[in-house]
Design a protein around this ligand. Structure first.
Ligand code: LLP
Length: 383
């Protein structure tokens, strides 16, 4: 964010999210260029940021959408995503959501249990349709990320486990309104060491052999999302390492002829373009620390409270005043919860009431996870 923008925002009501749409466009362009070389298909994971301007920009680039609720499907279609590029995932799809997705003829349902397959079959029969499905398989691959955002282990609630597969195939055989077109995987989120993705490829290759040995043809392999971003130094790495990431799948996935590969990236697309801008309400002396009490809290950005996540914090008002002496602050919000803390021992320029504070990399899982706890207003979004 440059100083002109800060001047512009100084007069606005805080807190608000600032989304840098130029950076988002650069990101999408880099993503398209890295993925098109391999003819991979990317679906944007709407759950990361479902702001309509953001969705419109991404849909214009031709990406598909990865949705986990009926409302996400509706928002994606209304923002220009074509239904035949929409995938519908999630461990608990309701009948209403399934019916809506069937009525829109979406590309694929990513199914997570035997019962879900049976329900989709029944509802599809009532609409006289055949639903294309992918099986979400649990690859039991460790993503080495925060426990709350690890999904690919047998102990997680997600996906179908290998030992159930025989039965799953029998059920699919008996379901006349289901067509198995793909396998789906997702091992977790904010993965910065790319090795788990290589392990995922190896696991997919093994599982593919199992299906081949039973003469089951699989057209689509969906490897999910999870590519992490650099929360520590966002200005050094405003774009994720797309080339390296896609190369892993190119090098290690053993594809059958005419098989397509699909990705569901969320955070890596929208994460770095967002900054939560807040104002210092009070500077308060504690026993061992000084508190900066902001007008933004866990109601706007819950990630630090929920996952102890790091977000770079900057004093935007004093950003260019490097000669000022520095202080350590605990940067906290106004919410009545002790976990309402954005960062402890944050080193900043001497900060005063009224200074604008930027909490960086808040473009993914920020606005969408906001709540009205304490009857708070919804933060605005500026572009
Ligand atoms: N596909 C599936 C099946 C998923 O469950 C997710 C994210 C994605 C794709 C997109 O993952 P991404 O590329 O964004 O890592 N609220 C947490 C993150 C939860 C991720 C949930 N699933 C956070 O703030 O870190």
């Amino acid at each position: 964010m440059n100083s002109k923008l800060i001047d512009r925002f100084g007069v606005q009501d805080t807190p608000f999210f600032y989304y840098d749409l130029n950076l988002l466009q650069q990101n999408v362009d880099a993503l398209k260029s890295a993925s098109s070389k391999n003819n991979f298909h990317v679906h944007y994971a709407i759950k990361a940021n479902a702001n309509s301007r953001v969705l419109e920009l991404i849909s214009k680039s031709g990406l598909g959408a990865d949705c986990v609720s009926g409302n996400e499907i509706r928002a994606s279609i209304e923002s220009g995503f074509t239904p035949n590029k929409v995938v519908f995932a999630g461990v608990g799809k309701s009948d209403k959501e399934i019916n809506y997705a069937l009525s829109k003829d979406i590309f694929c349902f990513n199914c997570e249990s035997i019962q879900e397959i049976e329900v989709i079959n029944e509802l599809a029969a009532k609409q006289d349709k055949v639903a294309d499905i992918a099986l979400r398989l649990n690859p039991n691959v460790n993503a080495y990320t925060h426990a709350y955002i690890t999904t690919g282990l047998e102990e997680n609630k997600f996906g179908i486990n290998a030992w159930e597969l025989e039965e799953v195939l029998q059920v699919i055989e008996s379901c006349k309104n289901i067509n198995l077109i793909g396998l789906h995987f997702h091992i977790g989120s904010q993965i910065t060491d790319l090795k788990p993705f290589k392990n995922l490829c190896n696991k997919i290759n093994e599982l593919q052999q199992w299906f081949l040995s039973r003469n089951v043809k699989i057209k689509h392999i969906n490897v999910g999302g999870g590519l992490g971003i650099d929360y520590q130094t966002p200005d050094l790495h405003p774009l994720p390492p797309y080339e390296e990431y896609f190369k892993i799948f190119h090098d290690f996935l053993e594809l059958q002829p005419n098989q397509d590969v699909h990705f569901e990236l969320g955070r890596s697309i929208t994460g770095t373009m967002g900054t939560l801008v807040s104002q210092v309400l009070y500077v308060k002396k504690g026993i061992n620390t000084n508190f900066l009490i902001l007008d933004a809290g866990m109601t706007e950005l819950i990630r630090p409270a929920l996952y102890q996540s790091y977000h770079k914090i900057e004093n935007l008002s004093k950003r260019h005043l490097d000669d000022l002496s520095r202080e350590k602050y605990d940067v906290v919000g106004p919410i009545c919860e002790s976990s309402d803390c954005f960062g402890k021992n944050v080193v900043l320029q001497q900060t005063e009431r009224g200074d604008l504070i930027g909490i960086r990399s808040a473009g993914a899982y920020g606005e969408v996870m906001a709540s009205s706890y304490n009857l708070r207003d919804k933060a605005k979004v500026l572009f």
